[in-house]
Design a protein around this ligand. Structure first.
Ligand code: T46
Length: 143
């Protein structure tokens, strides 16, 4: 895993031969958790942005299987962005990382592996509440 603070990219092993390419993803190996849910986003209209939330506890890996899109990752102090455009790279979306997704290409297929089933109560969808939660965490760990 290349660790560049907010942008944690996992490079998956590529199994290629004369026939083409294969990438295998296993829980607790290439994907650093038990996978409980898979979802994918495609057909995103031009100019649409998605995300705009953080998760309280959920861990996810996002893989752009086709096309490209841009993620902005934000820990409440810094923001960094990355373009996902390769099916052999996964972006780790950790808990308490505010994330926004932009610039979906017409053909973008974004697959996400998650360590928990869907739970709306795990989402923080208001940026001010996210900042409050980050600050509370900093203050409680300083005690
Ligand atoms: C995330 C980013 C990367 C479900 O019913 N089950 C699911 O597993 C998911 C992921 C969504 N939904 C429902 C909830 C909404 O009514 O599908 C609708 C669209 O979800 P949302 O607006 O949250 O989609 P995005 O693209 O903003 O965010 C999604 C994930 O929800 C989120 O966890 O981290 O992709």
């Amino acid at each position: 895993m290349d660790n560049m603070s907010l942008i944690n990219i996992i490079n998956f092993p590529v199994l290629g031969d004369g026939r083409g390419t294969l990438v295998a993803l296993e829980a607790n190996r290439q994907i650093p958790f038990e996978i409980k849910r898979v979802y994918y986003i495609y057909g995103t209209a031009q100019g649409v942005a998605r995300g705009f939330h953080a998760h309280k506890a959920l861990k996810q890996v996002a893989i752009c299987l086709k096309g490209s899109c841009r993620f902005v990752m934000d820990d409440g102090k810094d923001k960094q962005e990355v373009i996902l455009a390769k099916p052999d790279k996964g972006l780790l979306i950790d808990a308490m990382q505010w994330h926004e997704m932009y610039d979906f290409s017409n053909d973008c297929v974004l697959m996400v592996l998650a360590d928990q089933v869907y739970d709306e109560s795990d989402y923080i969808r208001e940026y001010s509440k996210f900042i409050e939660a980050v600050n509370n965490h900093v203050h409680s760990s300083a005690k």
